[in-house]
Design a protein around this ligand. Sequence first.
Ligand code: PLP
Length: 421
Amino acid sequence: MDTEALTAIDKRHLWHPFTPMRVWLDEQPLIIAAAEGNELIDTDGRRYLDGVSSLWCNVHGHRHPAIDAAIRAQLDRVAHSTLLGLASVPSIELAGKLAFVAPPGLTKVFYSDSGSTAVEIALKIAFQAHQLRGTKRTKFLVLDNAYHGDTIGSVSLGGIDLFHQIFQPLLFNTVRLQPTIEALEAAFSEHGADAAALVVEPLIQGAAGMLVQPVGFLARARSLCDTHGVLLICDEVATGFGRTGTLFACEQEGVTPDLMCVAKGISGGYLPLAATLATDALFDTFLGAPAERLTFFHGHTYTGNPLACAAALASLALFEDGSLMNRVRSNAAHLGNRLEKLGTLPRVREIRRRGLMVGIELHPAEGRRLGLEVCRAVRDKGVILRPLGDVIVLMPPLSFGPVELDRLVEVVHEAIDEVCP
Ligand code: PLP
């Protein structure tokens, strides 16, 4: 089918996520037909650097031979079988690998299919654990401007008005706090005795606009949770699998949460897969005879899908000898240097970064959507980016080298010069 025919069907039938469809219908969609390495290729053969890792999930580039081969090999065995009452080879192998690479103490793996479900599961496990233990706590502490996904539970934890406000009547209440150590301590003084869990994105809040937490925040959160009997849930959906310079962001503060949510990069960005990792102590709370009603009654049809688990195993294998993360750290330092000049532009308010996760915040301009305009301009120069309001997000795959990082920064620089008043 040619671009024109595809466009017609798209406009007639496809409802795009997080997309003002009135605007979409008036524009020419960019339709991706293929990819190679760090580039996406459209239906007319034009190539674009994938500057946001296809929404923060691609890790090693597209069509990586090892991941492609792992999926093909799995396809020759079985594409899907359920984890409800059965086990499957790749889901078992992956659970073992995840427990091995996760912060020590996270030994149990509960699979699902998206970041939202990974968070939904964490909050349900936390809630049920308190019910089963007799503490009966129901209150969740969350960070201001949090984003943890789009299911009703994860939206309840969220604090981005544009996305979440309309659903207010359907949501449960939470206690919101600023990501500062003082606010954390104040929140625990007031709510520590009856909070079920604290939910945080460790080190950097992605969808909030790449908001960086002060050093020591996560470690302090861990110690306050321990003191007050509050569970710590770390949402590593965005930060996991190397983006911040370590495999998991929690590692940088030596923290093991009680529950850790991973998705996006877990399958190398190939297939929908997520996992909620838990400690033995939490898992043991749910052990008992069926009549004791301790079971965690949650599960999705495609939970632990073998193709996705095979992709995840192949992706994790690429981290194994440590050389990839060494490269990521030196590339991230290189990116940091290249961004310094950009930070001096009058239109740039602030640049925030952890590893390869970057937010370039522009000064707002009345009546303009500058983030969007800059991302449109970079597209014309062969780069795909997606903004968060006035924040231009850079989140390249770990496979970007210095040359591609330089091009990314140069193109953004040119676009800011062109677009911003
Ligand atoms: N949690 C965080 C930190 C995220 O950044 C996202 C998505 O951007 C989610 C959860 C939701 O993940 P998904 O879109 O896979 O449901």
